[in-house]
Design a binder for this molecule. Structure first.
Ligand SMILES: Nc1ncnc2c1ncn2[C@@H]1O[C@H](COP(=O)(O)OP(=O)(O)OP(=O)(O)O)[C@@H](O)[C@H]1O
Length: 261
């Protein structure tokens, strides 16, 4: 019999994560009964008060953290640990300083023993797509913060993951670069159509990027609302000043405020 979740790219069912500190014999319930269904090609943002379990959720989806209860299905397969079908972009650029941009971008496929003419071509294509053409032979210290995050994104995409996970990738950037990178990310996403899950503390970033914003409540982390962002695409940065955009932002703010008080 076919499962109900068959048509979802990713589905979490009653997902619970409890961290156990064996030294103090204490437990922290980080996630409680998280049920999320994401369809192929969707852009999902996750917001919530500090410490509500956003990073834990991503780490569980990528397979770094084991659920205490519940399941995660990716393409109808149970997630049992990290595999090459998921790529993560972290808060701070994690480029290897002794490798050039190109060598950093192919690093992901290299450690998966998939370095080939085909993956090298893919690396060049993604370097061009993220706007780093001409910088293939530059070293990380020769790049700005925004350019380093572009290289990280190219590396994550070159692995050709079926799911792209982004944990506050623009938080270290200045406000102007951050806005520009948001616009760039949407352009890249519209070209690749990778299912993406993006964590952010900035409500306006979430509303600008997402098809749906999942709002997590304070500890234990649980879903308090899922907000559909039905603003047409492509989205220019000036939509951030429209009443529709501000209505969504205010709504999400009020949900988080309630959870933080
Ligand atoms: N490895 C760990 N061991 C024990 N507790 C942990 C561990 N990682 C996270 N926690 C706890 O789990 C809860 C959720 O943490 P998590 O980092 O997932 O939250 P977050 O929403 O990403 O936080 P922030 O917004 O501040 O980055 C917190 O109470 C945190 O202290």
């Amino acid at each position: 019999m076919k499962q109900v979740e068959d048509h979802y790219k990713l589905s979490t069912q009653y997902l619970n994560v409890t961290y156990v500190n064996e030294k103090t014999n204490t437990e922290t319930v980080a996630l409680q009964n998280i049920n999320i269904n994401i369809t192929d090609g969707e852009f999902i943002c996750i917001v919530g008060p500090s410490g509500c379990g956003k990073t834990t959720l991503l780490n569980t989806i990528i397979g770094f953290v084991k659920p205490s209860k519940g399941t995660i299905l990716l393409d109808n397969e149970k997630v049992e640990g990290p595999t090459k079908d998921r790529s993560m972009v972290f808060q701070t650029p994690s480029l290897l300083p002794w490798r050039t941009v190109f060598k950093n971008v192919i690093y992901g496929v290299e450690i998966q023993n998939r370095d080939s003419d085909e993956t090298r071509k893919l690396a060049y294509d993604y370097i061009e797509m993220v706007g780093l053409k001409g910088f293939e032979n530059s070293y990380p210290h020769e790049l700005s913060g925004g350019m380093q995050q572009r290289a990280n994104l190219a590396r994550a995409l070159t692995v050709d993951p079926s799911l792209l996970l982004l944990d506050e990738p623009f938080s270290a950037l200045d406000a102007q670069t951050r806005e520009f990178m948001q616009q760039e990310l949407l352009r890249i996403w519209s070209e690749t159509k990778k299912t993406s899950i993006f964590i952010t503390h900035q409500i306006d970033e979430a509303v600008y990027l997402a098809d749906r914003v999942i709002v997590l409540g304070a500890r234990p982390g649980r879903v308090v609302d899922t907000v559909d962002i039905n603003i047409p695409r492509p989205r220019k940065l000036n939509i951030k000043r429209t009443p529709e955009f501000l209505k969504h932002s205010d709504h999400i703010w009020s949900l988080i405020e309630k959870e933080s008080s």
